[in-house]
Design a binder for this molecule. Sequence first.
Ligand code: ATP
Length: 374
Amino acid sequence: MANITIETLTKRFDDVVAVDDVNVDIEDGEFIVLVGPSGCGKTTTLRMIAGLETPSEGQIQFDGDLMNYRTPQNRDVAMVFQDYALYPHMTVRGNMKFGLEEEPDFTDEERKQRVEEVAELLDISELLDRRPEELSGGQQQRVALGRAIVRDPEVFLMDEPLSNLDAKLRAQMRTELQQLQEQLDVTTVYVTHDQTEAMTMSDRMVVMNDGVLQQVGEPLELYHEPTNMFVAQFIGEPSMNFLDGSYEDEAFVSEQLAYPFDDRITDGLSAVSDNDRLVLGIRPEDIELHDPDGEPQGETSHENHTAAMSVTVVEPMGNENVIHLTFPDSSSGTEDLIAIADGMRRIDADSDIHVHIPPEAVHVFDAETGDALY
Ligand code: ATP
């Protein structure tokens, strides 16, 4: 096992800054997921950790030892790629044994035994004599993992290893891979653009955008306390709703909504002045929908935080419905808010509805910088 220290890591390809001053400490045995949209610099970061790419600036250390000038072979890392990269002319056994080719300490008998142990761990013992073309995608993925595991490396580096699998298999392999990592307790850096994969598998996530690290934290920390609008919209599905407006008299005010802030929020907004541009963030799953003809809302604060809206589209997803909502006389054309409602509840398109935005669930961002203010 190893802890990995990444300091001021930067990679430039001519005038493209692929990775820009990234700092992160990865603990022994931790499962870290680098996540972000295409081109954000995840793979380049991983390749620098692997030794496949040389940093333009900064340092990578394993347990305090500088890795920058070491070849990939001298870093004791094992990589698993998206395209498995299995040798087609070799059997599964041959492919897995190949992972041990560069381990001079192993006798032939030990290599054989190690391959069989790992095959059992991955439940592929019965496939050892097949060739890759005789395997399903999921089985090939296991063999690629097996080839990495037999080496018993200090660090696993994985680049979108599940992205060639169909949705069902991917979900299954996610759980398996996570359990396997826990069992093997090897420091793992895993790259994906899929926030669900990152949320469900990682101990901590590193969210990147445009080469810049946005936030590092446990999945729920990022979900509940995003540091800026980028992380807020990247984590969670459907994405967080954003409403543009300004700060006026301890309230968020937009063309269609006057939303008074309670003391907790105004305390957090001490640096904000009247007329400053704000963005109000609310997750679809935090919005409450009430029937306008139902029980009158008792609490004053509840009334203050409830708006009359129209339902434009209802997307049934089975256990839940995705509800698209507009304010009356909205100029947005499509929708102003998206909410999630229970799949059993009947909500019709073109109906009117009362939308309650609970104060404890709102996020407030600086409209200029995108930074979270509350
Ligand atoms: P994806 O999810 O699409 O693989 P990524 O987040 O892994 O994206 P990188 O592959 O690290 O992103 O690329 C980051 C940026 O660096 C991109 O703008 C990419 O075009 C650029 N880049 C990557 N490798 C090279 C290279 N060898 N030469 C020039 N530019 C490169």
